[in-house]
Write a protein that binds this ligand. Structure first.
Ligand SMILES: Cc1cc2nc3c(=O)[nH]c(=O)nc-3n(C[C@H](O)[C@H](O)[C@H](O)COP(=O)(O)OP(=O)(O)OC[C@H]3O[C@@H](n4cnc5c(N)ncnc54)[C@H](O)[C@@H]3O)c2cc1C
Length: 297
C-alpha cells in the first residue's frame, strides 16, 4: 500500500520501471539522474553487488539512449567498510561512465562522513573529469571546501543539506542559510564553474534568477535539479525559460526510508500520500491546507 505513495517520489522498484519514468521525463525536456537507492552498506559483498547494479545502470542509460547521469552515495559502494574499497569501486564506475560519456554525481552524507567523501572525491578528480560532487550549504565548512573544489572541473551540485547535524557544524533552515546558499551560487557562477542548483525553494530560486539576468549569464549554462515528485511545475517553468533541468530519480527496494524523508520534510505530503496509498487521484487544496495547519500545531 505504501509503495503506491512512494511511487510519486521514485522511479520504481526495478531499473526497468525507472527507465520508463526516465523516458517520460526526458520527453518533457528534463534530463534525469538515476540513483540505485542505498547507503551505509557494511558488507563488502553488498558493496560489490551495488557496484555491479550501478554498472548495469550505466550500460542501460547507453542502450536506452537516456539523457541521464548517475547519482550515488559512496557509503553504498563500500565507504563505511573501507575508504580504499569505495575509491576502487567509484573508480571502476567512473571509468565505465567516462567510456560511455556519462556523468557521475556523488551525493553528500552526514557530517561524520564529509571529510572522507571529499578526500575520495579529490582522488577521483585526479583521474576523471566526469565526476561531480554535492556540497551542503548548511555546513560552516563549505566556503573552505568550495574554494578547494573550484580548482576541479567536476560539477558541483549545491543543496541546503538534509541530514541532522550539530549546531556547531551547520546552520538550521532560515535566512542565514538562504543567504549562504545564494552566496555560493554567485561564487560558482562568477567562476564559470559547472553547477547544479538543487533546491525547490522559490525564495532562493527567484533571487538567483535575478542575479543571472543582471550578470547576463546564458541560461543554458545553468542547471536546476529537483527531486522526482517535488514541485515539478517549478522545474517545468524554469525549463520553459530556457534553463537546463534535471530530475533526481531514485529506484530500488529500499524506498521506505526515502518516502519517510520526503513526508517529513514537507508534512502536507502526508495527505497526498494517504490518498495515493488508498488509490485515489489526489486531495483537495483545502485538505492540504488543513494538514499544514495540523502539522504546525
Ligand atoms: C537533486 C537533489 C539532490 C540532493 N542531494 C542531497 C545530498 O546529496 N545530500 C543532502 O544532504 N541533501 C541532498 N538533497 C536534499 C536537500 O539538502 C534538501 O533537504 C531538499 O532539497 C529540500 O531543500 P530545499 O532547498 O528544497 O528547501 P526547503 O526549505 O526544504 O523547501 C523549500 C520549499 O520546497 C518545497 N519542498 C521541499 N521539499 C518538498 C517535498 N518533499 N515535497 C513537497 N514540496 C517540497 C516546499 O514548497 C518548501 O516550502 C538533495 C536535493 C535535491 C533536489
Amino acid at each position: 500500500v505504501l509503495l503506491r505513495a512512494a511511487l510519486r517520489f521514485i522511479g520504481g522498484e526495478t531499473l526497468a520501471q525507472c527507465v520508463e519514468v526516465a523516458k517520460v521525463l526526458n520527453a518533457q525536456g528534463h534530463a534525469v539522474t538515476i540513483d540505485y537507492m542505498g547507503e551505509s552498506v557494511r558488507d563488502a559483498e553488498m558493496a560489490a553487488q551495488a557496484t555491479q547494479e550501478f554498472t548495469t545502470v550505466i550500460q542501460t542509460i547507453t542502450l536506452q539512449q537516456l539523457d541521464s547521469s548517475v547519482s550515488l552515495d559512496l557509503s553504498h559502494i563500500g565507504m563505511t567498510i573501507d575508504a580504499g574499497l569505495a575509491y576502487n569501486n567509484a573508480s571502476f564506475l567512473a571509468q565505465a561512465a567516462c567510456d560511455a560519456g556519462i556523468e557521475i554525481m556523488i551525493s553528500m552524507e552526514g557530517t561524520g562522513r564529509t571529510t572522507m567523501i571529499l578526500e575520495i572525491y579529490q582522488q577521483l578528480c585526479k583521474r576523471f573529469d566526469n565526476v561531480g560532487i554535492t556540497l551542503q550549504a548548511y555546513l560552516y565548512r563549505t566556503p573552505e571546501d568550495l574554494t578547494a573544489l573550484l580548482q576541479r572541473s567536476g560539477k558541483i551540485r549545491l543543496v541546503k543539506g538534509a541530514y541532522e547535524a550539530p549546531a556547531s557544524l551547520a546552520r538550521s533552515r532560515g535566512a542565514a542559510l538562504d543567504a549562504a546558499y545564494r552566496g555560493f551560487v554567485e561564487v560558482l557562477l562568477k567562476n564559470g564553474h559547472a553547477l547544479s542548483i538543487a533546491s525547490h525553494d522559490t525564495s532562493l530560486l527567484n533571487p538567483i534568477q535575478q542575479f543571472v539576468q543582471a550578470q547576463d549569464i546564458p541560461r543554458e549554462h545553468i542547471e536546476y535539479e529537483m527531486l522526482k515528485g517535488v514541485t515539478l511545475d517549478r522545474l517545468q517553468a524554469l525549463r520553459d525559460l530556457g534553463y537546463r533541468t534535471r530530475v533526481y530519480l531514485p529506484y530500488g527496494q529500499t524506498w521506505y526510508l526515502y518516502l519517510c524523508n520526503r513526508l517529513a520534510e514537507y508534512p502536507p505530503n502526508i495527505y497526498q500520500a494517504i490518498a495515493e496509498a488508498l488509490g485515489r487521484e489526489g486531495v483537495s487544496a483545502s485538505a492540504k491546507e488543513n494538514t499544514l495547519l495540523e502539522s504546525r500545531r
